[in-house]
Design a protein around this ligand. Structure first.
Ligand SMILES: Cc1ncc(COP(=O)(O)O)c(C=O)c1O
Length: 389
């Protein structure tokens, strides 16, 4: 089905965006909204942050595209910044999250081919996970609603129930190359990966299985630390990033450890647009702000305040007989279980001047910009209070 010549895969859209500034977005009718969707966890510094606009302008005035045949200074600088922040050895830049995961699967399999163990080719993932819409990423995505109707899917992907330690242990065998995990399964319902599963992941990593952290939604401080894996005590072998990485422009990345990097040589992978200089310049500007320790401290205080107030609101409403809670996620990746119609709740919030997202069928998802102010947080809480009244 199509809608105004756009393929109907996104359903109907009834809000036309005119402009955005900071934490706010305006529609073409002049209504202003506090944007707690942030382009689905992309706009870490809100809309049109001046540092991002300036970086984009400066790079476009120099050159926009030249290809990966040449050294691209903004790409080189972003790779260095990511290596410095993560301790990883090498970065491959893609255009999107799904494409970053495709790269990670290729690198993991190739590592075992180069090591003389080509039979180790299976990738294990969790139910409720979301890893993207391309074929391998879709095969790894543990949700039938994403996978059904597009078969045959590529072989070599195994899904186990999320937070089931015994199930995970059972799925690991001589054919396993890697386990891909999200520390918070964001699209699949803002489900927190349990510390017990983190323990099993460390155990299987010690047996030689590679860990791929899909930090596309959880990474780059959305959950309070550079990578959410840090919070679970996990040191993955490969990390995929995207969403805020390009400052609102398309950009993804795979961070790889030295042993994976050593298995890859010229010609093994590539992309025409991956690591585009403008996206990299924008991303570097965002990372410079986000990686400032004073910013991180303040951000974590603001997210803790929001979570504390939301928790109090949930408890009050639940005590009054409303089917709400618990709250899940970490930092500014917030899920609130909702017993009613979550789309109706989103509409109520929109009427109160707040854009909120959902995850799965019954979770309201809040993804404010990481620089949302205390005043704006109070505005969000007021809107939540009124929407739940
Ligand atoms: C955890 C995770 N992985 C992968 C993806 C896919 O990223 P993209 O839409 O950029 O392909 C998403 C997107 O929502 C995601 O949240």
């Amino acid at each position: 089905m199509q809608n105004n010549h756009l393929l109907g895969v996104y359903g109907s859209r009834d809000l036309t965006i005119a402009r955005g500034q900071g934490s706010y977005i305006w529609d073409t009718e002049g209504h202003r909204y506090l944007d707690c969707v942030s382009g689905v966890a992309v706009n870490a510094l809100g809309h049109s942050a001046s540092v991002v606009v300036d970086a984009i302008r400066a790079q476009t005035e120099q050159f926009i595209h030249a290809s990966n045949l040449y050294v691209l200074p903004s790409q080189k600088a972003l790779a260095e910044k990511l290596a410095e922040l993560s301790g990883f050895d090498a970065v491959f830049f893609s255009n999107s999250g799904a494409e970053a995961n495709e790269g990670a699967f290729k690198f993991a399999r190739h590592y075992f081919v180069a090591a003389g163990n080509p039979e180790r080719c299976e990738v294990v993932s969790f139910t409720n996970s979301f890893h993207g819409r391309t074929y391998a990423a879709m095969a790894a995505t543990g949700q039938d609603k994403i996978r059904l109707g597009f078969g045959p899917l590529p072989p070599g992907f195994v899904t186990v129930p999320v937070n089931d330690a015994a199930g995970l242990r059972k799925a690991i065998g001589p054919k396993t190359a890697a386990v891909i995990y999200e520390c918070v399964l964001a699209e699949g319902g803002v489900i927190d990966l349990s510390p017990e599963i983190a323990e099993v992941l460390r155990e299987v990593q010690a047996q030689g299985v590679l860990l791929i952290a899909d930090e596309i939604q959880t990474g780059l401080w959305r959950t309070g630390t550079f990578l959410a894996s840090e919070g679970l005590g996990l040191k993955p072998d490969l990390v995929t990033l995207a969403k805020p990485l390009g400052g609102g422009l398309p950009l993804g990345a795979v961070l790889v450890s030295a042993k994976i990097a050593a298995a890859l040589k010229a010609g093994d992978h590539g992309s025409t647009f991956g690591g585009n200089p403008v996206s990299c310049a924008a991303g570097l500007a965002v990372l410079k702000v986000l990686s400032d320790p004073a910013f991180i401290k303040d951000m974590n205080e603001r997210s803790a305040f929001l979570r504390k107030e939301l928790q109090a609101l949930i408890e009050t409403k639940a005590a009054a007989g409303i089917n709400i809670g618990p709250m899940s996620g970490k930092g500014f990746l917030i899920g609130i279980q909702w017993g009613g119609d979550v789309i109706a709740l989103q509409k109520k919030l929109r009427d109160e001047g707040v854009l909120a997202h959902r995850a799965g069928a019954s979770v309201l998802r809040l993804l404010p910009p990481l620089n949302i102010s205390r005043e704006e947080i109070k505005e969000l809480l007021g809107a939540m209070e009124r929407a739940l009244a």
